[in-house]
Design a binder for this molecule. Sequence first.
Ligand code: FES
Length: 72
Amino acid sequence: MYVCVCHAVTDRDIAQAVADGASSMRDLRERTGVAGTCGRCAQCAHACLKEASAAKAKTITLFRTEPNLSVA
Ligand code: FES
């Protein structure tokens, strides 16, 4: 879905920006332009940022390897 009409930014664009390292609204604005003109999309963009960040953290946790607990 379109989040920012002014810059044609979708929720997928935001998820990709988060996957590429964006972690704040400033990062998103610099990468996509979201909320950089009228600002009406800021609240929705922030919600998408939080959702994408949570999904990214969950994915990282799922793929994290178990620590080596062997004793020499
Ligand atoms: S709708 Fe995003 S800056 Fe206007």
